[in-house]
Design a protein around this ligand. Sequence first.
Ligand code: C2E
Ligand code: MG
Ligand code: MG
Length: 557
Amino acid sequence: MRSIPSMSSCKKLFEGMLMTWIDNFNEALCPLDACYYDLVFLDYHLDGRDTIDSLRRATRHEERNMPVIVLAETEDHLDDPEVIRQGAADYLCKQEMSVSMLKRSVRYAIERKKIEQRLLTLSHYDPLTGLANRNLFYLKLTDGIIQSLRGDKLLALFFLDLDHSKEINDTLGHPAGDRLLQDVSARLKETTRSSDTVARLGGDEFAIIATHINNETDVTLLAKKIISSFNEPFKFTGKQISTHTSVGIALCPTHGHDPDELLRHADLALYQAKAAGRNNFKFYASELDARAQEFRALEQEMRYALQHQDFTLHFQPMFSADGNKVLGVEALARGNHKVRGMISPVHFIPLAESSGLILPLGAQILEMACDQINLWRQLKLPELLIAVNLSPAQFADPELVEKIMETLQRKGVPSHLVELEITENTLMDTGPGATKRLTKLHDMGIRLAIDDFGTGYSSLSYLKKFPVHKLKIDRVFIKDITTDKGDATIARSIIQLGQAMNLEIIAEGVETEAQLEFLRKEGCDQVQGFLFAKPMTNKALIEWLPEYQAKTKHIGC
Ligand code: C2E
Ligand code: MG
Ligand code: MG
């Protein structure tokens, strides 16, 4: 075994510095590995070896971070750019060397190494969490794959993202969001082995590379361990914050042999895990690939459509139950696809919800609704109420109230002309916070309706606390209202409930005279459905309104 030279073999170089001579490169490797010295002088002609090769071996090792100064007999011997390129901190010619020059060179080489180290840290580690960053992650993944392919062990790549981290940032502010990321990083470190690499790839995206794994069962165990490490809420600044994670997994060699392929597969698996409900993990599976790819493509198309304002609104009038007055219109979003034509919201709203695009889409829809109100005003049409649907993620947005207020002010639209339709389930899922948010909107003068009423399970006591103006009976009950006793009873009860609570009641999806008859008899105030009018474009609406009015009917809220 080679040993590190004893101090007795050291000679004094100059004040505060001892020097050891080793005249055989192979013997020098051991102390080099041990990072035993502050600085290495490498003789250009040591052993008669190829100096560049020696230099490479002395400097290109992750753990060896000692600066190397190359010494040459004469200037002619040096291939100067190559020496520096291969990692030498400096080079000196023995013939021209003086003590002061040597001292300067030593000081410079040590300083330069420190700076290099600092740069390396910056380029390999995430400053916020101290975890590996994307660069180091990629290097480790490449290394891990090579090892896995050489041996018979698996490499598992886990992709994670945090559920609801944006909401946490929005509600508690960025410092708390940063603190959460740091605490999450610490937990992930605790959950994994020291030989695993935990990396933060950006935002709330983390990745873990676990190597030397025996089988898939071990991977599953680790995935479960990762997920359950989030069970305990995070505690800081006197608050408890609950967040969970979804995990996508790709294995080498099972699911891919190169870094980019594995990355893509882990990412697709993560997408699948999120789609299957959060707090979940999924292995990459090739049959899911096609579906996930299609989802991705649709998401891309949606982003494009959002940028190019390819969404439009159709408007469906809402009538008094006698059919003699149009009280307002419901704005219903439509996608305008260059190949597939008009796309129904039942296809793109859920996709927008799961991809987070619903917030910008919802904002665009509200803007378009305001633009319509202004256009109708310019055309001197009577004032019409416009009902806009809010999706669960929009209602959960902590900035919802401010965003709506800002839009209405900017567009100069009075709040009493805007009604927000929020489904019963959204209100129930939001919990006690829903009342606060509704109260703020109510106090701004915005009208509020509970959409699809009857399908959720709102308790009466809850309902009493919601400051809403209107209940909209879900069309599933209207459909068979004249034939199905159960549906008839539900519709009747909702009408009675509304009357008792002094709320307006509207029935949606009214298609037949018989349904209308039933609703009128039971005292329902308002109706909406194909029997009266289908959703129509703005152009069609502007033509339809005067025709309707000509039949001595009324328009306006
Ligand atoms: P919703 O808010 O309950 O809208 C009523 C749906 O019933 C509309 O479908 C409308 O076209 C349809 N409808 C109206 N009258 C009748 C009828 O007599 N018979 C039948 N069979 N259907 C009728 P649409 O436009 O396809 O919208 C479906 C759902 O998509 C909406 O249900 C709403 O939940 C969502 N949605 C639509 N536009 C938006 C939007 O701008 N934002 C959000 N977040 N969701 C939207
Ligand atoms: Mg609606
Ligand atoms: Mg509805």
